[in-house]
Write a protein that binds this ligand. Structure first.
Ligand SMILES: Cc1cc2nc3c(=O)[nH]c(=O)nc-3n(C[C@H](O)[C@H](O)[C@H](O)COP(=O)(O)OP(=O)(O)OC[C@H]3O[C@@H](n4cnc5c(N)ncnc54)[C@H](O)[C@@H]3O)c2cc1C
Length: 242
């Protein structure tokens, strides 16, 4: 469905991550984890890129969240102001979760959190019985997108456990550190072998997480993933591309 919508809020999540909230049209529906195209301009100048909804269908607004890389699409998003009208085309995608599994593990790094945040918020608002274990990797503890959103959700949802690992921590960091590896999954995710895994982010990161999961013995049918194409070492950095 193609539609126009007005930006109602801009939220700076970290130094390089911004969320744009916009009006949800009356009859628009989507599943947690799905994505939309954002369309800028017309004709040969048109730029049309996919972004996952970071909002949940349980919320009154729509929201997308972009890692700002300084490239063209990032600049267009960074320039958006409250009141601007956006052109969208969505929802698309089959990477979604409505609480249909009893135990899931969500794995992500940096901006890859967006569809998972949508799913977690949905399960929290709907009070689903799903046991969710999130293992979320970031480079620095002061640049964790949605930190201020995930921690209150963990307090509100007794079935949600949020584990964060920092690959370049400050001496003050008391949590997990280093890249996600098999030992970290086994020691932080209870009943890790029984879960369905939802992995999302830039393609190289998802591929390395998926290999890791099969190496520790998970069946490919237990792993669902969303690739964010459009990232490479020039715009995502080592951290995101694995
Ligand atoms: C299903 C899906 C969901 C996604 N969800 C999200 C999300 O929630 N959040 C998010 O941040 N991203 C998401 N993405 C990725 C997003 O669509 C963009 O591709 C990505 O953010 C890159 O944007 P950018 O501004 O860095 O670069 P862009 O301007 O889009 O450039 C992308 C690529 O083109 C190259 N490039 C750019 N300009 C030039 C040029 N002039 N000449 C040659 N090459 C060039 C860049 O090196 C880069 O590799 C998603 C992707 C998919 C497929």
């Amino acid at each position: 469905m193609k539609f126009l919508s007005r930006a109602v809020k801009v939220i700076k999540r970290t130094k390089s991550v911004k969320s744009i909230r916009f009006e949800k049209p009356e009859h628009f529906s989507y599943l947690p984890g799905q994505w939309t195209f954002l369309i800028f301009g017309d004709g040969p100048e048109r730029i049309m890129k996919p972004l996952s909804f970071s909002s949940s269908p349980t919320e009154d607004h729509l929201e997308v969240t972009k890692k700002l890389t300084g490239l063209r699409f990032s600049e267009l998003i960074d320039d958006l102001k409250v009141g601007d009208t956006l052109s969208l085309d969505g929802p698309y995608g089959s990477f979604s979760f409505l609480g249909e599994h009893d135990k899931v593990c969500m794995l992500s790094g940096g901006i890859g959190i967006t569809p998972l945040r949508s799913m977690i918020k949905f399960c929290t608002d709907k009070k689903t019985s799903t046991d969710i274990s999130l293992l979320y990797s970031n480079r620095n503890e002061d640049e964790i997108p949605f930190y201020d959103d995930l921690m209150p959700m963990q307090r509100a949802n007794p079935r949600l456990v949020v584990n964060m690992t920092i690959t370049n921590p400050s001496p003050a960091w008391r949590g997990l550190s280093g890249r996600v590896n098999g030992e970290m999954i086994k020691s932080t995710v209870p009943q890790w072998a029984e879960r369905i895994y939802y992995v999302s982010g830039p393609q190289p990161m998802v591929e390395s997480m998926t290999s890791l999961l099969t190496e520790i013995g998970l069946d490919p049918s237990q792993i669902k993933h969303e690739y964010f194409s459009g990232y490479n070492r020039s715009n995502a950095g080592e951290e995101l591309v694995g």
